[in-house]
Write a protein that binds this ligand. Structure first.
Ligand code: FAD
Ligand code: DHB
Length: 394
C-alpha cells in the first residue's frame, strides 16, 4: 500500500490531520489499532478552546458541535468554602470555550472521513516506523491477522503516549522532559443535570475536585485520589460523599446526585519529547507530549500540532519549500511549553500533595486569593485557559 502521508492513530490528532489534508487535496491513510466503537466511546477530554472550535468549523466538522456543544463564558474557582468566578469574555476581549466531548469530536471526524476521505483502517496496529531518516519512510502494520507495509512520503505519528512512533526517533537525538505527580483523577459520569452551569474547580484540604458536564443532563465529575488507586476501591456512595465535602460552600450550594454510569482513574504526568520531528516522521499530540488534565489542554495541543503540520505539508506541495516542515518541531514546542507551564500551574494551584507542608498550603491559598482579587491575575488565567490564538488552516 502507498500514500503521501501515513497517519498512525485515529484519535483527535490523526483524524483531524486526515481531514485537513483531504481538504487540501493531499491523500493519506489512517491506521488505527483499536475498533471504531472503542475510539468513539473512550471518555477523555471535554473542553475545546476557542481556536480548536474555529479549526473544527473551518474543517467542516463543526455542525453538530454548534448545535449540541455548550459555550462557556467562565469557570468557578472554589476554595475556603467560597466561590469566585473568572469571566472569560470580559478578560480576553470576547473569547470563550466550548464543552463538547472528545468522543463526539471523534465521532464527527470518523463519519466525515468514512464518507468522503481516504482509507481509515480500524484494527490496524502499526508495529514500527522504518526509514524515518530516508526519503522513503514505511510503516509496518498488522491488519486482519496479516502483516503489511504502508509506503509513504511522510509519516505522522499520532498514536498517543503508548504508541510506537516515538521509538523511531534515535535515542541519541531524543530528549525527554518528565514530571509525575503523586496523585490521579477518579473520573465519573453521572446521569444527573450538572449542579452548576459552569465548570467548578475546587481546592480543598482533602484534595481537588472538578465539576464538569457532557450535556444538560449528564455530569462529569473528578476527584483527586492517591496514585495507584483502583476505581473499584470507591463505592458510588463514597464518591458522592467525597464530592459533597470538597464542593461544600458557606452559601448552601448543593450537589445533585444521580446514577453513576462510568468510573475510571487517570494518572497525571507532564511529559515532552524533543524534537517532535525526525526526518520524515512528525510526532503530533500525546505521542509527543502529555499534560496533567487540570488545564484541559491535551486535545487542544493535539489540534495545534496537526494544524501546523497540515499547513507545512501544503506549503511544501505548493511552493516546493520545506521551510515550514523544518520549523515544525520548534513551532509546536513553543506552544507546547506554554501549555505545560499552564497545566503545571493549575495542577499545583489546586491539588493537595500528600507531603504538602503547612507553608505550602498557605502559599497555595495566597495564589488563589491573588487570582480572586486581581483582574491582572484573572486575565492571565483566562488567556491561557481559552487558549492562545491559532492560525486557521488555509
Ligand atoms: P489519543 O487520543 O491517545 O489517540 C491515539 C490513537 O492512536 C488511539 O486511538 C490509539 O488506539 C491509537 N494507537 C496507539 N498505538 C497505535 C499503534 N501502534 N498503531 C495504530 N494505532 C495506535 N484534553 C483537553 O484538551 N481538554 C480536556 O478537558 C481534557 N481532559 C482530559 C481528561 C482525561 C481524564 C484524560 C485522560 C485526558 C484529557 N485530555 C484533555 C487529554 C486528551 O484526551 C488527549 O490529549 C488527546 O486524546 C490526545 O489526542 P491524540 O490524538 O494525540 O492521542
Ligand atoms: C474536563 C476535563 C478537564 O481536564 C478539565 O480541566 C475540564 C473538564 C472534562 O472532562 O469535562
Amino acid at each position: 500500500m502507498r500514500t503521501t502521508v501515513g497517519i498512525i492513530g485515529a484519535g483527535p490528532a490523526g483524524l483531524l490531520l486526515a481531514r485537513l489534508l483531504h481538504g487540501a487535496g493531499i491523500d493519506s491513510v489512517v491506521l488505527e489499532a483499536r475498533d471504531r466503537a472503542y475510539v468513539e466511546h473512550r471518555q477523555r477530554a471535554g473542553i475545546l478552546e476557542q481556536g480548536t472550535v474555529d479549526v473544527l468549523r473551518a474543517a467542516g466538522a463543526g455542525a453538530r458541535m454548534d448545535r449540541e456543544g455548550l459555550r462557556h463564558d467562565g469557570i468557578e474557582l472554589r476554595f475556603g468554602r467560597r466561590r469566585h468566578r473568572v469571566d472569560f469574555p470580559a478578560l480576553t476581549g470576547g473569547r470563550s470555550v466550548m464543552v463538547y466531548a472528545q468522543t463526539e469530536v471523534c465521532k464527527d471526524l470518523i463519519a466525515l472521513q468514512l464518507a468522503e476521505g481516504g482509507p481509515l483502517l480500524f484494527g490496524a496496529e502499526a508495529l514500527a516506523v522504518e526509514g524515518a531518516g530516508t526519503a522513503t519512510p514505511r510503516v509496518r502494520f498488522r491488519h486482519q491477522g496479516r502483516e503489511d507495509v504502508l509506503e509513504c512520503d511522510y509519516v505522522a505519528g499520532c498514536d498517543g503516549f503508548w504508541g510506537v512512533s516515538r521509538a523511531a526517533v534515535p535515542a541519541e537525538v531524543s530528549r525527554v522532559f518528565e514530571r509525575r505527580y503523586p496523585f490521579g483523577w477518579l473520573g465519573v459520569l453521572a446521569d444527573v443535570p450538572p449542579s452548576h452551569d459552569e465548570l467548578v474547580y475546587a481546592r480543598h484540604d482533602r484534595g481537588f475536585a472538578l465539576l464538569s458536564m457532557r450535556s444538560p443532563s449528564v455530569s462529569r465529575l473528578y476527584l483527586q485520589v492517591p496514585e495507584g488507586t483502583e476505581p473499584e476501591e470507591w463505592s458510588d456512595e463514597d464518591v458522592w460523599r467525597e464530592l459533597e465535602r470538597r464542593f461544600e460552600t458557606d452559601d448552601g450550594w448543593t450537589l445533585a446526585r444521580g446514577p453513576l454510569t462510568q468510573k475510571s482513574v487517570t494518572p497525571m504526568r507532564s511529559f515532552v519529547h524533543e524534537p517532535m520531528r525526525h526526518g520524515r516522521l512528525f510526532l503530533a499530540g500525546d505521542a509527543a507530549h502529555i499534560v496533567p488534565p487540570t488545564g484541559a489542554k491535551g486535545l487542544n495541543l493535539a489540534v495545534g500540532d496537526v494544524v501546523t503540520l497540515a499547513r507545512a505539508l501544503v506549503h511544501r506541495r505548493e511552493t516546493g519549500s520545506a521551510a515550514l516542515l523544518d520549523a515544525y518541531s520548534e513551532t509546536c514546542l513553543r506552544r507546547v511549553w506554554q501549555a505545560e507551564r499552564f497545566s503545571y500551574d493549575m495542577t499545583t494551584l489546586l491539588h493537595r500533595a500528600p507531603d504538602a507542608t503547612a507553608f505550602e498550603d498557605r502559599l497555595q491559598l495566597a495564589r488563589l486569593e491573588r487570582i480572586a482579587s486581581s483582574r491582572a491575575a484573572r486575565t492571565d488565567l483566562a488567556e491561557a485557559y481559552t487558549g492562545f490564538p491559532l492560525d486557521l488552516p488555509r
